[in-house]
Design a protein around this ligand. Structure first.
Ligand SMILES: Nc1ncnc2c1ncn2[C@@H]1O[C@H](COP(=O)(O)OP(=O)(O)OP(=O)(O)O)[C@@H](O)[C@H]1O
Ligand SMILES: [Mg+2]
Length: 609
């Protein structure tokens, strides 16, 4: 049976897992780590770097290193979150052709799903290495509070990466699946997930027989570790300005160093009361003197700087419990997910709010990917009894006259679901009707997220009010919206044109997929070459080390001289093949090289040698 991987595509870190013989397991990356930074960089030579190697060079190549792309995915260029990201990111964010967001690195512009696809492709490669088989199916997680545009864009990213995304699931729900896996007790739990970029809270009922039912969910897709880091950066920048009158923000490299240092300090303050930020030669003064940043920050200071961020999380928890119509003491367990929940202040606040210590039994960095893998396994194997009932985080509706929002599917409705509404023509012989579909909680349509303009076309000509079209709005198990329409009298399906979406067109996704495939071919070839090169060079080095000694021993005989000259030829051939980056030619010479190596070792090892 084909296997399915589960991928937690995080703002800061990504993680991939699989269920092996009923055991959910995290797949380590090539460096042996269980999580991989969701960072992508393009080097000066045009080489793509993903993960730890991208992170390691972020300071010296800040402008061409993308972090936290998830904060931009599926967002409109005009959104306040994008404006905010433009101010803080060291890389260049530009406007795309559909009012979407693109990222400019070196001499190329990439869509955000393309950048995320690079991370996904890497995760896919790790899984293929680990399992020694090609993988095409995946379950990818998204923050529960992601809207349709963000979900679509994530699905596009999967497709670009060459993955068949069989399901998109919500991160806290995935965490609950992993938490409840193999347990039989019935429980009501809250999953509190504060990661690098987003905050989600979900309240679920875990029933016997593997039924997971989400009761309510809410969150904030722009609230996470990045914001905590930003507070520390602001504090450091302000302090530096006060002390030296120099603005560190003018310098991208300084900013990237600050960002690293801020995150490091934040993490240290989870286990220490005080830490020092020390960044020598951070910038030069107007008189060209080197300036150093050195400042001590305490846990109390950090907590003060971030108080409102933690409060926002708790406010959302409050609202979610109300939506779930549950009292705090009806929650049996609070599960903490996400790296930011290591911060003591976050744990304390959660404990104060729910009135019980949170559960620390799950691994906050791995549990989401494990849950995705569990869901993946259940989707392809019917014998794995598990029923997952999730909800839509946002109300779905349409814009009506006067910019009002008419709600069709309320927030927290179990998905999949659908609602229909009848539209009539308002003019004689009207052949088209425009419908604006939106997602959000505001009565004022303009404050909600526009998913698309759906234009019903080719309506039959008739006096006004005589054409009735039934439009069906559907949310599938991925949380993705689709709209269909039919003429009530003739029963005929009406075609729908979607415009004004911030996503990619089918053609664009197709092109990006091709480019990603090409990259993979190149990458595989260069991996193969790299493997062969390393193996060959190891032997070359050893042969060269033995050369003088062997030459000395065997030079007396014709046979020996002949062997030496043959060995030289082989070394030359291998070096040439390496120079041409020709993996096949290197491999072709490997056997002769190994034979020479064995022969040399034999000569050197001879007792009279
Ligand atoms: N010991 C720690 N103390 C405080 N914060 C920490 C600690 N360890 C990690 N973090 C923070 O947790 C965040 C990363 O968490 P995580 O890996 O769960 O996020 P993510 O899954 O990538 O993001 P998201 O789920 O929001 O998309 C980073 O901001 C990181 O600085
Ligand atoms: Mg996460």
């Amino acid at each position: 049976m084909e296997r399915v991987i589960g991928i937690d595509l995080g703002t800061t870190n990504s993680c991939v897992a699989i269920v092996e013989e009923s055991v959910p397991t995290v797949i380590p990356n090539r460096g042996g780590y269980k999580t991989t930074p969701s960072m992508v960089a393009i080097t000066e030579a045009g080489k793509r770097l993903v993960g730890h190697i991208a992170k390691r060079q972020a300071i010296t190549n800040a402008e061409n290193t993308v972090h936290a792309a998830k904060r931009l995915i599926g967002r409109k260029w005009s959104s306040p979150q994008v404006k905010n990201a433009i101010l803080t990111a060291a890389y260049k964010i530009v406007e795309g052709p559909h009012g979407d967001v693109r990222i400019h690195l070196r001499d190329k512009t990439y869509s955000v799903p393309e950048i995320s696809a690079m991370v996904l492709q890497e995760m896919k490669l790790f899984a293929e290495d680990y399992l020694s088989e090609p993988i095409s199916k995946a379950v990818i997680t998204v923050p529960a509070y992601f809207n349709d545009n963000q979900r679509q864009a994530t699905k596009d990213a999967g497709q670009i990466a060459g993955l068949d995304v069989i399901r998109i699931i919500n991160e806290p729900t995935a965490a609950a699946l992993a938490y409840g896996y193999g347990k039989t007790e019935e429980k009501t739990i809250a999953v509190f997930d504060l990661g690098g970029g987003t905050f989600d809270i979900s309240v679920l009922e875990i029933g016997s027989g593997g039924v997971f039912r989400v009761i309510a969910t809410a969150g904030d897709t722009f609230l996470g570790g990045e914001d905590f880091d930003a507070r520390i950066i602001d504090w450091l920048v302000q302090g530096f300005k006060d002390q030296y009158g120099v603005d560190l923000r003018q310098d991208r490299m300084a900013l990237q160093r600050l960002k690293d240092a801020a995150e490091k300090a934040k993490c240290e303050l989870s286990s220490q009361n005080e830490t020092e930020v020390n960044l020598p030669f951070i910038i030069s003064s107007s008189r060209n003197e080197a300036l150093h940043l050195q400042r001590t920050i305490s846990r109390t200071t950090l907590e003060g700087l971030c108080e409102d961020l933690v409060e926002r999380c708790i406010d959302i928890c409050k609202q979610t419990l109300e939506d779930a119509r549950l009292e705090r003491d009806e929650i049996d367990d609070v599960v903490l997910v996400g790296g930011m929940t290591r911060m003591p202040k976050v744990q304390e606040s959660v404990q104060d709010f729910f009135g019980r210590p949170p559960n620390k039994g799950v691994h906050p960095d791995e549990v989401v990917a494990l849950g995705a893998a569990i869901q993946g396994a259940a989707l392809i194997d019917d014998s794995k009894q598990m029923i997952l009932l999730d909800v839509t985080p946002h109300a779905l509706g349409i814009m009506t006259y006067g910019s009002n929002f008419e709600e069709l599917i309320p927030q927290n409705t179990t998905v999949p679901t659908s609602r229909s509404k009848i539209f009539t023509t308002s003019r004689d012989n009207q052949t088209a009707v425009k419908i604006l579909v939106m997602q959000g909680e505001s009565q004022n349509a303009a404050e909600n997220e526009l998913l698309g303009e759906f234009i019903l076309t080719g309506l039959r000509r008739a006096p006004k009010g005589q054409v009735e079209i039934e439009v069906t709005f559907e949310i599938n198990s991925d949380g993705i919206v689709s709209v269909s329409a039919r003429d009530l009298e003739t029963g005929q399906q009406q075609s729908i044109q979607v415009t004004a979406s911030s996503g990619l067109t089918k053609e664009e996704v197709g092109q990006m997929m091709e480019a990603a495939k090409e990259y993979l071919v190149d990458r595989r070839a260069s991996d193969a070459f790299e493997g062969a090169r390393q193996e060959a060079e190891k032997l070359i080095t050893e042969i060269e080390r033995m050369f003088p000694q062997v030459e000395h021993i065997v030079a007396a005989s014709d046979f020996g001289r002949d062997a030496i000259s043959k060995a030289r030829t082989i070394l030359d051939r291998v070096r040439q093949a390496i120079g041409k980056k020709d993996a096949a030619a290197v491999k072709e010479q490997m056997e002769s090289l190994a034979r020479t190596h064995r022969m040399f070792k034999g000569v050197v090892a001879r007792p009279n040698g």
